[in-house]
Design a protein around this ligand. Structure first.
Ligand code: ADE
Ligand code: ZN
Length: 334
């Protein structure tokens, strides 16, 4: 064996993840198992045990199809348990998942059943590993503003201690951000933390729109903010946290390669960044890999990587006693 080309980052570093779509975290083997149970054909989206898709549109289609195997609350419990158990195996102490009540409703699962199932999956993983988790319920941008209002109303009318945030994923090229302001106002009134995907496929204006119209404190991806220096200053001054997902960005072709990815420039400009896996098996990644990439591809030292974890915990949509406990864990970990 030759000498390692790269400095290995310390695998014992603690981690936190605040941007992961639970359906997008589904292991292809779990999807195949459930597909067999429900006699569904997944051969167009899973080949040789891996997801297949070619661009953002076909990724979203594959994501929707994979989601269709989760047909009962217990399927969601199992999916959530599986994700959090794997996170804990990666030395992760805190995870936030994006849930989608629209995807679950399409399979006949009601909102409260979905939430209880995901919460049970988190609790099961917590009792075995100690990992903490919360749920960000999301609307789907391409389903439109009315559907988004319906999701926000469901959350507001059915409060649950584990549902602490409201978000928006889906196709950024559809609808104007402004149109989702009423949904975000309902979620804000309900006391939820707010985040939205922006600046992934759309340019910096989409990030500015999320700040101006949705009042988010975090932005999903937001990497294309790099194209607008005034926006970068604003992100830094207002301490807006970017949920950066480098592996996802390369996989989906937002940037051609890691050398072209702006993570380091964002950090050096003083923008608060975090490391996340987005839809890990779709992008052949994991939280572990994202942290490893931070060393191998972006050249960050362990202290800086720890700072990313601290930023995630500081920006987490979690109650203050739990945040303090998690920060203490990070600070006392050697
Ligand atoms: N839903 C799941 N993954 C997504 C992504 N990367 N961007 C937007 N919506 C998504
Ligand atoms: Zn995402």
């Amino acid at each position: 064996m030759g000498q390692a080309l790269f400095r290995k980052f310390d695998m014992s570093l603690l981690k936190a993840e605040i941007h992961c779509h639970i359906e997008g975290a589904a292991d292809p083997n779990l999807v195949l198992r459930l597909a067999q149970k429900y006699q569904l054909d997944m051969s167009d989206i899973i080949e040789d045990g891996a997801y297949v898709w070619s661009d953002f549109t076909s990724f979203l289609k594959a994501y929707d199809k994979a989601s269709s195997v989760f047909r009962t609350p217990d399927d969601y419990r199992l999916l959530t348990y599986d994700y959090f158990s794997k996170l804990a195996d990666q030395n992760c102490i805190y995870g936030e998942i994006f849930g989608s009540s629209d995807h679950a409703a399409q399979m006949g699962i009601g909102y409260n059943d979905l939430v209880q199932a995901m919460a049970a999956g988190i609790e099961d993983a917590k009792s075995e590993t100690g990992i903490e988790g919360r749920i960000i319920m999301t609307c789907v941008r391409h389903l439109g503003p009315e559907a988004a209002i319906a999701v926000a109303e469901l959350i507001a009318e059915n409060p649950h201690p584990m549902v602490t945030g409201f978000g928006m994923g889906g196709d950024e090229r559809m609808f104007d951000v402004q149109e989702f302001a009423p949904a975000y106002a309902i979620a804000a009134d309900a006391g939820l933390g707010l985040t939205a995907h922006g600046g992934e496929f759309a340019g910096p204006d989409s990030v500015r729109d999320c700040l101006d119209h949705l009042n988010v404190t975090r932005v999903g991806h937001g990497v294309r903010s790099i194209e607008d220096p005034a926006l970068m200053n604003r992100l830094r001054d207002e301490n807006i946290v970017l949920e950066v997902c480098p592996g996802s960005n390369i996989s989906l072709g937002v940037y051609e390669n890691f050398a072209a990815h702006p993570l380091r420039k964002l950090f050096e400009a003083g923008v608060a960044v975090t490391l996340n896996s987005d839809d890990p098996p779709f992008f052949h990644t994991s939280l572990d890999r994202e942290y490893q990439l931070a060393t191998d591809e972006f050249g960050f030292e362990d202290d800086t990587i720890n700072q990313f974890t601290r930023t995630a915990l500081e920006a987490a949509f979690v109650d203050e006693p739990t945040r303090s406990k998690l920060l203490k864990k990070l600070d006392t970990h050697s």
